[in-house]
Each structure stands twice: as structure tokens, then as C-alpha cells.
Design a protein around this ligand. Structure first.
Ligand code: SAM
Length: 287
């Protein structure tokens, strides 16, 4: 069955989108200076975690944190659980989860950018996170067996996928019946201007790959999940979005974006939503 794909007009293929996304996050993975810089953006993982949370994760992970929420806060993690972090980046949420599930639990971080995986593995090794394993792979083809996870988390990643339905299908496959999905992600509340939709840098920056919130929730339900719920939604105003995609912390410039509000007002268009859902007990894949 043909899947719905939205991608920038100039990108010839889905693989080109994936390559550009990997290049973008490779630069972030190799970066030494903190991603937040002096900016006040909350879309770069900045200001999203409490001081006590930041106190238990290695700075090598928080300095390249690029999330848009804090999915561990809504994941209901308990000791002994197996957690999978889709698009784990530098590992901040995987390390937070590791503390919550304890030595009897296990955390897998999956990421498609080799440099991110190498960085996260080094951080885990050097900081004694023995229950965390980072695997190189695409979240559309998760390198884990059926029914292995109690909880799946993800922070600002699924918007980057050109195959979002496939990601939710895969999440459903690897969760045990009764398991929970808890994601923070960028969604749209209104359609973006065409020029921004066609900008690959805006895709890599977690904006133009995003879909309308209703479409996003619909894909989760279509995968077979129940109790799909938006737990929290932070709607960005124009200034917040400008400081993010027009900001100096971005490895790739979003040239199609005009920071001037009178030329392109994006207030109320983009939001970060925290969504939870449950794989029904005793139910397998619907499709
Ligand atoms: C915005 S960053 C978020 C990283 C991390 N979740 C955090 O909060 O810091 C997106 C991450 O997802 C990874 N990624 C993007 N598309 C992916 C895909 N299709 N499969 C696996 N990883 C992907 C990127 O390599 C990058 O590390």
C-alpha cells in the first residue's frame, strides 16, 4: 500500500531526506559547545529538564540535547522495565530512563546517525551506564525483536521521518501488549507556508517534516494503539520559532525563513506535543 510522504520539493527521494537529516545531526554530534548557547529557545533541549534531572545525566549528553519536551516525565517508568528511545541522539533521555529503571532494567537507544551513536556509547562507557545500549538503525526498521519493550519514548524525532506511519507500526510491533508509548514531538496546528515546506534545512531542524497534530494522532491509532492522548501542548509564538530556526545554534541555515513577522507570521502554527498511547493487551498488529 502506498504510504503518505511529505518531503521538501527539492529533495528527489526519501533517501535524500534521510541523508540530509543524518548530515545535520552528525554536525551536532561532533559539536563541543553546548547546543543551547545563550539563547532562550526551548526547542533545542534547553530549559526542558529540571536541575535535579540534569544533575544525574552526563554533560556530554545534555550539551547536545535537541529535544522539544521531556518524555520520561510522562512515561511512567518503573524499576526493571525495558525502555526504547527512538532517535536517542546524545542519549539524555536514555540516561534519565536508565536511572529510573535501575540495574534490573534495560534501555536501548536507537539512532540513524553513526556519530551520535558513537558519542552516546562513549558517554555511557565513561560514566558507567551499564544498562544502556545504543544501536545504530532507523526507527522505521527498529533493530529489536517483537514485544521486547515495556515503554517506548522519543523526543523530537518522528517529525523527521518521511515514513511516520511505519515508525508507529514498528513501535507497536516492539512493544509488549499493555506497553506504553510516550513521545514529545513537533506537530503543526496550521499548515506551513509553501516556501518553508520546501526547505530541507527546515526539515532537518524539526519544522517542515512535521504534520498536523490530527494526522499524527491518526497514524498512532492506525498502528493499533488505544488511549491516544495529548498530555501537554506548548504552542510556539513567532519569536520562539525565530530564535530556533533562525538561531545560531542550528548547524544548517534555514534560508527560506524570514524572521520578520510581517513577512511570515508563524505564531500558533508549530507546537511541541507530549502524546501517550497504549498497546492493548492481547491485541496484535491490526494491519
Ligand atoms: C532532534 S534530534 C533529538 C535527539 C534526542 N532525542 C534528544 O532529545 O536530544 C533527532 C535525532 O533523531 C535521529 N534521527 C532522525 N531521523 C531518524 C530515523 N529515521 N531513524 C533513527 N534516528 C533518526 C537523528 O540522528 C538525531 O540524533
Amino acid at each position: 500500500m502506498a504510504r503518505k510522504i511529505r518531503k521538501p520539493a527539492e529533495a528527489e527521494s526519501e533517501d535524500e531526506v534521510r541523508r540530509a537529516v543524518r548530515e545535520h545531526y552528525k554536525e551536532l554530534a561532533l559539536q563541543e559547545k553546548p547546543c543551547c548557547g545563550s539563547g532562550k529557545s526551548t526547542m533545542c533541549g534547553c530549559g526542558l529538564y529540571s536541575d535535579s534531572e540534569l544533575g544525574v545525566v552526563p554533560s556530554e549528553s545534555s550539551s547536545v540535547s535537541a529535544g522539544c519536551g521531556n518524555p520520561t516525565a510522562i512515561a511512567g517508568l518503573k524499576e526493571g522495565m525495558t525502555v526504547v528511545d527512538l532517535g536517542s541522539g546524545g542519549g539524555i533521555d536514555a540516561f534519565l530512563s536508565s536511572k529510573k529503571v535501575g540495574p534490573k532494567g534495560k534501555v536501548y537507544g536507537i539512532d540513524a546517525t553513526p556519530e551520535m551513536i558513537l558519542r552516546a556509547r562513549k558517554t555511557a562507557r565513561e560514566n558507567g551506564f551499564d544498562n544502556v545500549e545504543f544501536r545504530l538503525g532507523e526507527i522505521e526498521h527498529i533493530p529489536l525483536p517483537d514485544g521486547c519493550a515495556d515503554v517506548i519514548i522519543s523526543n523530537c524525532v518522528i517529525n523527521l521521518s518521511p515514513q511516520k506511519q511505519q515508525v508507529f507500526d514498528e513501535a507497536f510491533r516492539i512493544l509488549r501488549p499493555g506497553g506504553r508509548l510516550a513521545v514529545s514531538d513537533i506537530v503543526l496546528l496550521k499548515e506551513l507556508p509553501e516556501s518553508l515546506k520546501a526547505d530541507m534545512a527546515a526539515w532537518s531542524s524539526c519544522v517542515s517534516g512535521a504534520v498536523l497534530e490530527g494526522e499524527y494522532l491518526g497514524a498512532i491509532k492506525k498502528a493499533g494503539f488505544e488511549q491516544v492522548k495529548v498530555e501537554e501542548r506548548a504552542v510556539y509564538d513567532h519569536e520562539q520559532l525565530s530564535s530556533y530556526i533562525g538561531g545560531s545554534s542550528e548547524p544548517t541555515a534555514v534560508t527560506s525563513f524570514s524572521g520578520k513577522k510581517d513577512r511570515m507570521d508563524l505564531s500558533g502554527t508549530v507546537a511541541s506535543s507530549k502524546v501517550t498511547a497504549v498497546k492493548p493487551a492481547g491485541k496484535e498488529r491490526l494491519r
